[in-house]
Design a protein around this ligand. Structure first.
Ligand SMILES: [Zn+2]
Length: 330
């Protein structure tokens, strides 16, 4: 009886990232009952990614002692262009073979046996920080998620601002006209300097040119095939010059782009999350703030607060589970 009541209120959340898939099961008060994570497939296509998402959700439900079909529903925070109405995800370029459109919501609903709702990954993470985390004390915030790419989420006067569906693309704010080529194909975007994937591509290019770094040795030593945040951290600790330089560029790009966005939005706080953001934490937040102050119009009298995301690694998945609250019951 107790289990039945608990699972009736329980919801699932999946944060689909370019590097990892994080799943959680939460209770009616958003407390985590179970969680599981798996690496995002680097090859194949949308179906392989959807299968990995199912596995992660099933594992998190199992660790919560609940069957997936008994959940009220599952929310998904997805990269790319996520249509909340249809559950179709298109142009998720950081995922393998996902240039086109794929009916992720329908596929997961069928596989999990419970309603699935799809939202934008960064927006749901921002919503989670706003409702439950570092943004609780504010009415308007800008969430900045520094990871494989750099994403942004906006809350204005207590409500998410989605624009026509593509708002918050802070990674593609131009920080250098005619600058480095971004994974989006344009030039000089913040993400071209700060996205984990773009930084890795840059490091590979510099190595081809004969520059030295321990980044790839650390990667191989760990049995990884990409430069995850922990590898950058270790290289920094070893005083690796290339890692220092690339991260310095990233900080400058984020600070500059964030300042421009804050000048337009004038929100009360900027909240930093994402794989790299959480990994490097307060010291890097301070560096980003210092950089932003150079271009911030309100730097002298009343600058906004700069805060670390407080829900940690699970924030995106908890935020995804919040999507289910809006599901019609029955
Ligand atoms: Zn771009």
């Amino acid at each position: 009886m107790a289990t039945a009541t608990r699972s009736k209120a329980a919801r699932g959340g999946i944060d689909l990232g370019g590097t990892k898939i994080q799943a959680v099961v939460v209770d009616g008060r958003n407390r985590v009952l179970g969680e599981s994570r798996t690496a995002t497939p680097t090859s194949g296509g949308p179906k392989d990614v959807a299968d990995a998402m199912c596995d992660a959700l099933l594992a998190s439900a199992a660790s919560a002692g609940i069957q997936a079909k008994d959940l009220r529903g599952v929310g998904v925070g997805s990269p790319g262009s996520a249509d909340e109405e249809t559950g179709v995800v298109a142009s998720a370029r950081n995922l393998p073979g996902w240039e086109g459109a794929y009916p992720l919501g329908a596929r997961l609903t069928e596989a999990l046996g419970t309603p699935v709702r799809i939202g934008n990954d960064v927006q749901v993470a921002t919503d989670a920080e706003f409702s439950l985390g570092a943004g609780r004390d504010y009415k308007s915030v800008l969430g900045v998620f520094w990871g494989t790419g750099v994403g942004g989420g906006i809350i204005l006067n207590g409500k998410p601002w989605l624009g026509r569906g593509s708002a918050g693309e802070i990674g593609h704010v131009v920080v250098k006209r005619g600058g480095r080529r971004c994974p989006c194909g344009r030039k000089g975007c913040m993400e071209a300097y700060a996205g984990r994937k773009a930084m890795e591509d840059r490091a590979r290019k510099l190595v081809e040119k004969g520059e030295e770094t321990q980044l790839f040795e650390i990667m191989e030593h760990r049995g990884d095939d990409r430069l995850k945040s922990g590898i950058w951290e270790r290289a920094l600790r070893h005083g690796d010059k290339m890692a220092e330089d690339l991260l310095d560029e990233a900080v400058k790009a984020i600070g500059t782009g964030v300042a421009s966005c804050l000048n337009v939005l004038d929100v009360e706080a900027m909240i930093l999350g994402g794989g790299l953001g959480l990994r490097f934490g307060e010291p890097f937040l301070k560096r980003i703030e210092k950089q932003a102050m150079k271009n911030l119009f309100t730097s002298d009298e009343d600058p906004p607060d700069f805060r670390m995301a407080s829900l940690g690694d699970l924030g995106g998945a908890i935020g995804a589970a919040l999507l289910v609250k809006n599901l019609k019951s029955g």
